[in-house]
Design a protein around this ligand. Structure first.
Ligand SMILES: Nc1ncnc2c1ncn2[C@@H]1O[C@H](COP(=O)(O)OP(=O)(O)OP(=O)(O)O)[C@@H](O)[C@H]1O
Length: 303
């Protein structure tokens, strides 16, 4: 609006100046153009000022986050054994979430998982299957009891080292908006070759699917382009590539079609029998077909 109304003023004053021989037509043209640019620039600045204010607000939040001191557990420099074998022991573990202290989730749980064992954890919804994994990843501390990994109490281990050695694949893993190869490589701390990426994809039974994409491993993907089962298999390949001693897989409760269910069964079979890929596998299972592939089934019932 202001931009449109700016025209009459320079024309009127300019016209008077030309008639009085105070300015030439060329000077008037320049003057009008400069006025237009000035008004246009001012108008754009005013127009963008609200988003500028929003950006300043967002920056403040980012700087506040950057100033936060990391939690105490990330400072601790615990034990970093040469190699993780993958033995896990829960001894008399009881737990309730800090926000719901009156609701016990685990009550004196004892569970021993041997290295290279494939254990399926089953149970009704809300019985504490994911909580078990949360405790193992040290996202929470048991209220009483102790968790041991290879015989070492969990809190004595370096937390970064521990988490680097545990691969976790959630029910609905996220893919990043980049090509499949980079998605599989993401977070891998060592240098990997193309063959390693393909090997991991083959282990996760997703190589054929990736090869059928228009640009194979170079195809750009994101969360919305692939099905839940395809995303989970790519996430399994990502986890396998890191070669963790312990792999935790939370099987999707929904959105897993028959084909993906079949593939998942094959993946578990490969993880159990593949010579290069021996590791402890904990499967939070929701389907009988996948449970059958496990060495042992643990039933969670009332903590
Ligand atoms: N962060 C949390 N804070 C408080 N309560 C929680 C939290 N996470 C889970 N719970 C509660 O703890 C109980 C056990 O939850 P958990 O997710 O471990 O069960 P689950 O067996 O894995 O369930 P599902 O099969 O549905 O995934 C539930 O009652 C849940 O509501």
């Amino acid at each position: 609006m202001e931009y449109e109304f700016s025209h009459p003023l320079p024309f009127d004053t300019g016209g008077i100046c030309i008639m009085n021989s105070h300015a030439s037509p060329e000077q008037l043209t320049k003057y009008i153009l400069y006025c237009e640019w000035l008004v246009y620039a001012t108008w754009r600045v005013v127009d963008n000022s609200s988003s500028l204010k929003q950006s300043i607000g967002a920056c403040e939040k980012v700087f506040q986050l950057m100033d936060l001191v990391p939690a105490e557990q990330f400072h601790s420099k615990g034990v970093k054994p040469q190699r993780l074998m993958g033995n896990i022991q829960f001894v008399n573990v009881s737990f309730h979430y800090p926000s719901r202290i009156t609701v016990p989730i685990l009550d004196h749980l004892n569970l021993s998982i041997q290295a290279n064992e494939v254990v399926a954890i089953v149970g009704l919804s809300g019985t504490g299957k994911s909580t078990l994994v949360n405790l193992m990843l040290r996202l929470y501390q048991p209220v009483t009891g102790q968790i041991y990994v290879d015989g070492i109490p969990l809190e004595e281990l370096d937390i970064r080292w521990l988490r680097e050695n545990i691969g976790f694949i959630g029910q609905d893993p996220d893919l990043f908006n980049m090509d499949v190869k980079s998605n599989i490589k993401y977070g891998c701390p060592r240098d990997v070759k193309e063959e390693d990426i393909e090997w991991a994809a083959k282990q996760a039974y997703v190589h054929e699917f990736i090869s059928s994409l228009p640009h194979g491993y170079q195809t750009m993907v994101d969360n919305d382009l692939l099905s839940g089962g395809q995303k989970q298999r790519i996430a399994i390949a990502r986890a396998i590539l890191r070669d963790p001693a312990i792999l935790v897989l939370d099987e999707a409760t929904s959105a897993l079609d028959a084909e993906s269910e079949h593939y998942l069964k094959e993946v578990l079979h490969a993880l159990r029998n593949g010579s290069r890929s021996k590791r402890t596998v904990i499967l939070i299972a929701h389907r009988l077909s996948t449970v059958k592939t496990a060495d042992r089934i643990v039933v969670m019932d009332g903590g």
